[in-house]
Each structure stands twice: as structure tokens, then as C-alpha cells.
Design a protein around this ligand. Structure first.
Ligand SMILES: Nc1nc2c(c(=O)[nH]1)N[C@H]1C(S)=C(S)[C@@H](COP(=O)(O)O)O[C@H]1N2
Ligand SMILES: [Mo]
Length: 468
């Protein structure tokens, strides 16, 4: 591991090359202390910086946190990392449940959450969903009661922002300045959660409207959330019609989250649900579905949520495509679609380089998390929505990859599984890496190519931790 980042945290390469790497799983004798990665070197990278602006989130005491209300959101965001005015990340180091409770579920908004008491378009009594376009036989308008009366299904699936893990472009790949400068929300690994969604499947909707043979794309559109209440907005996202045809039972109109009516911050009264794809496809506060014989270009598949960089030649829009709030010039990259496979430990990341720290992060800039040494079980999460999870491998200090113990079944390929690694470390600083192997046998890569928006960081994450 000839890696400057690793060196910075774990000390001199010469120290590490002499390390006697032993198996770290219980049953083996655990770590040896001798010559192990001196904690004194590691702390060189860990200077405490400025005082936090607001009470810190807890680390090691899952579930506790100061109440925090924010004018951009409806729910109490006290358990979330405060990224900026419209984005709140999950405190993934405190995650231990299979289903993420709503209070712990990240919020990714372009604008403040629309409120029913201010904007009738999201009041269930007045909400309307308009389904139209030149590729259906019968346009349809649905009320919230219509949605409740239609056949519905429920599915457990991960919701993840395309920018989840962006921090690791900075921390692990040094992509801080031109020509490989990455910008966007510093989620750490908090741009992800798993919920049980109840939804009317799109197959049901397609059956009612009658799909024509010329259908090419579907646009899920909100148009509700904007700079000011009741103003016009540019939020929505298209999918190729093939997705709806192949996954008409899985993609749908979600009206419940974890058994409760969909909360305002998560798209009430009804949002699109596109499991497996980046969260940006799951349009919240849905009001319009357009099914057309042409493609659509909007902010979230052009200037936003597109992979922009030398490895990603942009598609060429056609002259009869539909552009909403963007122009052909804005088609600058490859739109993010399916999530690639990911894994993470429930440990906070060392954030040393990212431009902006969440104001209530539990660690200072560059600080290592500290756990007690001795026998314990670390937990983590892994997901591989395209193929499903086959295995999760873990390694410590660059040693052998060892399979972790997976503790959940996957009811469908879109869910995450929790895994556990029993270990008994002696005091010292350690690097722990996690790698999911999907059912096709593909592993997470060591590095991912640059893209300017820092989307889809699917490389093996590095977790540094000091056991005291
Ligand atoms: N109308 C609307 N829908 C939206 C967004 C938005 O800003 N406005 N953000 C999208 C993005 S980028 C993500 S990752 C998910 C986040 O869903 P959540 O806030 O329920 O976690 O919602 C998507 N749907
Ligand atoms: Mo997102």
C-alpha cells in the first residue's frame, strides 16, 4: 500500500512494512502489538481545529442527540449531520438497524421542503398527479384518495444520493484542485438509508393509461419545491421507458415510508420510487408524469447528477427532445443511473481534507475515532443493487481479506445487508477496509475515475480507528 493518505494516518512506510500482520478475526489470536502502527504517528494528522458551531453528534451513543429544528425541513434534524441549508446527512456510525428510522434518514433537497399549510400542491386534499404525454392512450389525473385505493405493494430498499461518499474523492484520491477538482456536499457516508416503501407499482399505472409502441422516456416531475413557496421549480428526473417496462412492479408511486404516511421531508404526499437507481430519480412531491416518444433533459440529468470528466463522453441529445430549464449545451456528462456496489463500517470517517466539515460532526478535522481495545464486534452495511450481495470482505492494515459475517437475508437485490466483524485489537491505530462482492463476483475497485461532481464513489472505503 504505497499510498500517501495511508502514510499520513498510519505513520512511516518503514514502520508499516515491518508489521507482523496476523489474522484479526476472533479465533485467531487477534492483533499483535509489536511494532504496530504507532498511534503517536497517526495523531500527527489529527490536529483539532475550530470549535464546532453547534452541539456535536454523538459517537458511541447511538440514538442520542440534541433536538434541532431547521427552517428548511419539517422533521427534527437533531440526529443528522448538518451539511448546509438544504442537506442533512445520516449519522452512519450510529446506524445499527436494518430499516433506517425516519429521524435518522438523510434529507437531500435542492430547495426547502414544501409544506402543505403553505402550498396546496402538497396538501393531500388538493394534491393531483397528472399523467400525460404522446406515448399513452389515455391521460389520467389521480387524487391522493385514488392512490390509497389502488393496488399497492411494499418493498424494502436502499435510497442513496449519487453524491454519497463524495468525501472520499477528497480524502482518498486527493481530488481537491484542478484538473481533478470534485465539488458538492460532503456527505461522508451519510447520504444513504434503507426504508420500507409502500407504493402503487408503475405496472398498474401503465395498465390504466395504455402504453403506445412509440414510448421512449418517462419523466417524473415535481415542479413544487423551489426557491420560494408556490413558485415554479426545476425538479424532476427522466428514465428510459425500458426501465418501466422491465421493472414496472418495482418502480412506483410511494405514499408510505416505514409504515407511516410519507413524511414531508421525504416527498409527501407521494414520491416516485426507483429502487436501485440514484436517489435523484426518486422525485419527491411528485405532481406530473409525462410519457413521451422523445427523451427529456432536465437539471438532474445534465448539469446535476451527470458524470463529467474525461472518462465520461456525454450523450448527444436529439433536436426533438424536450428540455426543461436546461439547453442542449447543458448535456455535459453521463447521467448517473444505477448505484454501484458499496460497503461501509458504522464508524465515522476521518475527514481531514474535505472543503467543508459538517458543523456538528462528531470528530474534528483530521481527528481519528477512538474505540476501546479488546474483544468486540464492529458492524457495517453493504449493498449491490444491480446483482445483490454475495459476500463482504474485510481486511486490516493491508493484510488478508477475510469474509465478514453477514447477518441479514436479502429479500430483494435492492436491500442492504448488515455485516459483523468480531475482533480483539490491542491498543494502536488501525486501517480497516471493506469490500462487497456482488453475486456476479465483482469486487469494489481500489480507485474510481474522476468525475467533477464526485458522484458514485464506489471504491473500497478506508476506515481509520484508534483502539485505546
Ligand atoms: N422534488 C425533488 N425530488 C427530489 C430531490 C429534490 O431536491 N426535489 N432530491 C433528489 C435526490 S438528489 C435524492 S438523493 C433523493 C433523496 O431522498 P430523501 O431526501 O428522501 O432521502 O430525493 C430526490 N428527489
Ligand atoms: Mo441525490
Amino acid at each position: 500500500m504505497n499510498d500517501a493518505f495511508v502514510d499520513a494516518h498510519l505513520g512511516q512506510f518503514s514502520d508499516r512494512s515491518s508489521v507482523d500482520r496476523r489474522r484479526f478475526f476472533l479465533g485467531a489470536t487477534g492483533f499483535t502489538a509489536a511494532g504496530m502502527l504507532g498511534a503517536k504517528n497517526a495523531s500527527a494528522a489529527a490536529q483539532a481545529v475550530s470549535a464546532p458551531e453547534q452541539p456535536r453528534l454523538s459517537f458511541l451513543h447511538g440514538g442520542s442527540g440534541p433536538s434541532r429544528y431547521h427552517p428548511s425541513f419539517v422533521k427534527d434534524v437533531g440526529l443528522l449531520t448538518d451539511l448546509n441549508a438544504t442537506n442533512q446527512g445520516g449519522a452512519w456510525w450510529n446506524f445499527d438497524t436494518y430499516i433506517t428510522p425516519v429521524e435518522e434518514f438523510y434529507i437531500r433537497n435542492e430547495y426547502p421542503t414544501p409544506r402543505a399549510e403553505i402550498d396546496q400542491r402538497v396538501d393531500p386534499r388538493f394534491w393531483r398527479l397528472k399523467i400525460h404525454g404522446d406515448a399513452i392512450e389515455r391521460p389520467l389525473e389521480l387524487t391522493y384518495d385514488d392512490i390509497l385505493r389502488m393496488p399497492s405493494r411494499s418493498i424494502v430498499s436502499v435510497m442513496q444520493c449519487a453524491g454519497n461518499g463524495r468525501s472520499l474523492f477528497w480524502e482518498q484520491q486527493d481530488m481537491l484542485s484542478s484538473p481533478t477538482e470534485v465539488s458538492g456536499n460532503g456527505w461522508g457516508l451519510g447520504g444513504v438509508g434503507q426504508a420500507e416503501w409502500q407504493y402503487v407499482p408503475m405496472s398498474e399505472i401503465l395498465g390504466r393509461v395504455g402504453l403506445k409502441a412509440n414510448a421512449k422516456s418517462v419523466l417524473f416531475w415535481s415542479g413544487v419545491d423551489g426557491k420560494a413557496p408556490n413558485s415554479q421549480s426545476d425538479t424532476g428526473r427522466p428514465l428510459p421507458i425500458s426501465e418501466l417496462i422491465e421493472r414496472g412492479e418495482d418502480i412506483g408511486l410511494a405514499f408510505k415510508m416505514n409504515g407511516m404516511p410519507l413524511p414531508p421531508d421525504h416527498g409527501a404526499p407521494v414520491r416516485a420510487l426507483v429502487p436501485g437507481w440514484c436517489g435523484g430519480a426518486s422525485t419527491k412531491w411528485l405532481t406530473e408524469i409525462k410519457i413521451a416518444s422523445h427523451d427529456f433533459w432536465v437539471r438532474l440529468n445534465t448539469i446535476g447528477h451527470s458524470m463529467v470528466g474525461p472518462d465520461y463522453p456525454p450523450p448527444k441529445p436529439s433536436s426533438d427532445d424536450e428540455f426543461r430549464f436546461v439547453t442542449p449545451k447543458n448535456v455535459i456528462g453521463v447521467p448517473v443511473t444505477w448505484h454501484t456496489s458499496r460497503s461501509m463500517l458504522a464508524i465515522p470517517l476521518v475527514l481531514a481534507k474535505q472543503p467543508q466539515m459538517p458543523s456538528n460532526y462528531p470528530l474534528n478535522r483530521g481527528e481519528l475515532p477512538v474505540l476501546p481495545s479488546g474483544p468486540q464486534t464492529l458492524r457495517g452495511y453493504a449493498w449491490a443493487p444491480h446483482w445483490g450481495v454475495k459476500r463482504v470482505d474485510v481486511r486490516v492494515n493491508g493484510g488478508q481479506w477475510e469474509p465478514a459475517r453477514i447477518i441479514d437475508h436479502q429479500p430483494n437485490r435492492y436491500t442492504w445487508v448488515r455485516f459483523e466483524i468480531p475482533l480483539s485489537p490491542l491498543p494502536g491505530t488501525y486501517l480497516i477496509e471493506t469490500c462487497v462482492v456482488d453475486r456476479r463476483g465483482d469486487r469494489q475497485p481500489a480507485r474510481v475515475p474522476y468525475n467533477a461532481g464526485g458522484y458514485d464513489f464506489s471504491a473500497i472505503p478506508k476506515f481509520f480507528v484508534r483502539f485505546s
